[in-house]
Design a protein around this ligand. Structure first.
Ligand code: ATP
Ligand code: MG
Length: 564
């Protein structure tokens, strides 16, 4: 929504800052942002917030947003992560225009920048060990101490740095440090490390390098090379900003503005890649795309849509203070989206057989069903009805308690889209007492599920015709953790102590409408009365598999109503 001055509605403090830049003509009115993931894990819903923000701003101001891999650390990075990240950003609906960018493509330029700083006396090679450097750095209350190598002359530093690059020294034996201020109140400014020696192959540069730049040095250069105007990052980088600025000022190259915002935290999950990796490696989940993971690929497999995730990111907004968002809000967003879009179908998760005694053997008919009452354009379909059906075992009680309005002996209910049926008796297995069959009669004058004489029934049940039904496997997913904040749930306990043992229940003999067998992976349905379910990527015509995206009960709507 940009007006003539290329300003947009300032929905958050970042757009406010950029509107200010538009007024003063900074950057010539251009806006170039970037999303810079490190390819050391799959993207999660927190990244989605950063993606929506960066790509959203670029689009608002008719600018562009780069997708750049911050691949400066060779040991933790893998090709598979790169592939998945590209797929996820695309799936969310964003476009980075030209090709994907890699920080490793700027290694040579970064090296030149380092040489530049050495020549200016602003960087030096240090031989202290990692532990010594930490010790010399001081604390929040005490200034640091100069390294004995801090006074090295530029020529000596240049020679040593060159030899570091050539691979003459072992890992950890030397580093290149910026020469700033060992007594700075900001510890990040106490001669931070710029390069370390790592004899490790890199996923793109191979054995080309055995020294690798540190984030704080590399990131500003990456932004600068790409002509980024606004470098948006999360709050923990706020006290790295003086260093970001220092490097760019000393190098005298294009200087983007770093702006920090609060990262997204969500209840009932963890978001750090390190922890997500642990869930994967320790086998608590089936992989990064396990439908219980807060990853984009997990959410996709669970049945979340790009629209719902973008809507969520818009609703949570962008702020300058950290907070935790209720998982119920994310769930609310997907319910709203699927309510509009999902086709209503019938599936019986825990089937018990029903025989309609007065319905002729061998007869079958088709009843008509509205696909989506929220969307007339979704049309109608026909479902087979016959003498034997399945209904949900819990929809029948021999001894119904008060307020149980479903099927019971002598009780009449509606079978959705079909007929009224009345229960005569339940047949039990004599040895176990388990109900094996419910015998009913139907009223032929109630076709479509409505009685001509105005007779009302209290309950409406979903069902499927037994001879037509397809067997399906259904996975009932729930929240992965039992604690709101598994990250800080008490002394001596770790987040995996709070895994929800019931986060996945596998049901292997569910019965679904025949049409569901041909559902394509990713198709989402509302199983009437049960929730939203998504055809899993492993689904097939012979072995349909559905993941429960979310139940129908919206706790967020309740919270919202209460607070109104
Ligand atoms: P983690 O802490 O999980 O390892 P990270 O910040 O190291 O995540 P990056 O790959 O560096 O992961 O993140 C890419 C971009 O996404 C960064 O700009 C980062 O600020 C942003 N980002 C990461 N996590 C979140 C979050 N929870 N909320 C908002 N933005 C995030
Ligand atoms: Mg990071």
């Amino acid at each position: 929504m940009s007006d003539i001055n290329n300003k947009v509605e300032s929905t958050d403090f970042i757009r406010e800052i950029i509107n200010g830049d538009m007024e003063t003509g900074k950057n010539g009115g251009r806006v170039i942002t970037r999303f810079p993931p490190e390819p050391n894990g799959y993207l999660h819903i927190g990244h989605a917030k950063a993606i929506c923000l960066n790509f959203g701003i670029a689009s608002d101001y008719k600018g562009s947003c780069n997708l750049r891999f911050d691949d400066t650390n060779p040991v933790k990075e893998e090709e598979d992560y790169v592939r998945s990240i590209i797929e996820d950003v695309k799936w969310l609906g964003f476009d980075w225009g030209k090709e994907v960018l890699f920080a490793s493509d700027y290694f040579e330029f970064m090296y030149e920048c380092a040489v530049n700083l050495i020549k200016k006396g602003k960087a030096y090679v240090d031989d202290l060990t990692g532990d010594e450097i930490r010790e010399y750095r001081g604390t929040l209350t005490e200034p640091g101490k100069d390294s004995p190598h801090r006074g090295r002359k530029p020529e000596e530093n240049l020679e040593l740095f060159e030899r570091m690059r050539k691979g003459e020294f072992p890992d950890g034996s030397r580093v290149l440090r910026a020469r700033i201020d060992m007594s700075s109140g900001n510890i990040n400014m106490r001669d931070p490390v710029m390069y370390r020696i790592m004899h490790a192959p890199h996923h793109r540069t191979g054995d080309g390098w055995c020294i690798y730049p540190m984030y704080d040095f590399a990131h500003g250069i990456e932004d600068s090379v790409e002509g980024i105007t606004h470098s948006i990052c999360t709050l923990e980088f706020e006290n790295h900003r003086p260093l970001y600025d220092w490097f760019l000022d000393e190098l005298g190259i294009h200087h983007p503005q770093q702006i920090e915002f609060a990262r997204l935290n969500l209840t009932y999950t963890v978001m750090s890649k390190r922890k997500l990796l642990r869930l994967v490696e320790d086998g608590h989940v089936s992989g990064w795309d396990d439908p219980r993971m807060p990853t984009i690929s997990g959410l996709r497999r669970r049945g979340y849509t790009p629209g719902a995730i973008r809507d969520f990111c818009e609703r949570i907004g962008v702020a300058k203070t950290n907070s935790t968002v209720d998982m119920a809000l994310l769930e609310h967003c997907i319910r709203e989206d699927l309510n509009r879009r999902a086709m209503r179908v019938m599936a019986v998760l825990d089937p018990v057989k029903v025989v309609i005694e007065n319905y002729p053997e061998g007869r079958e008919e088709l009843v008509e069903a509205v696909n989506n009452p929220e969307d007339p354009s979704a049309g109608k379909r026909e479902i087979p009805f016959s003498r034997t059906l399945y209904i949900e075992r819990e929809d029948f009680r021999e001894d119904p308690p008060k307020k149980f309005f479903r099927l019971a002996p002598g009780r009449e209910v509606r079978l959705k889209h079909a007929y009224y049926v009345k229960c005569r008796e339940a047949v039990k297995d004599p040895s176990t007492g388990e109900i094996t069959e419910i015998r009913c009669t139907y009223d032929p004058d109630t076709r479509g599920g409505w009685s001509a004489d105005g007779r009302k029934v209290m309950g409406t049940l979903h069902w499927v015709s037994a001879p037509h039904a397809r067997n399906a496997r259904v996975r009932l997913y729930d929240r992965l953790f039992t604690e709101e904040n598994p990250d800080s749930a008490g002394e001596g306990r770790t987040f995996t102590d709070f895994l929800n043992p019931e986060s996945c229940r596998n049901l292997d003999s569910c019965k679904v409408e025949p049409a569901l067998a041909s559902a394509a992976p990713g198709n989402v349905f509302q199983f009437l009365r049960l929730g939203y379910f998504c055809a899993d990527m492993e689904t097939s015509e012979t072995d349909p598999v559905f993941n429960r995206t979310i139940s129908l009960k919206d706790t967020w709507a309740k919270i919202e109503k209460k607070s109104r």
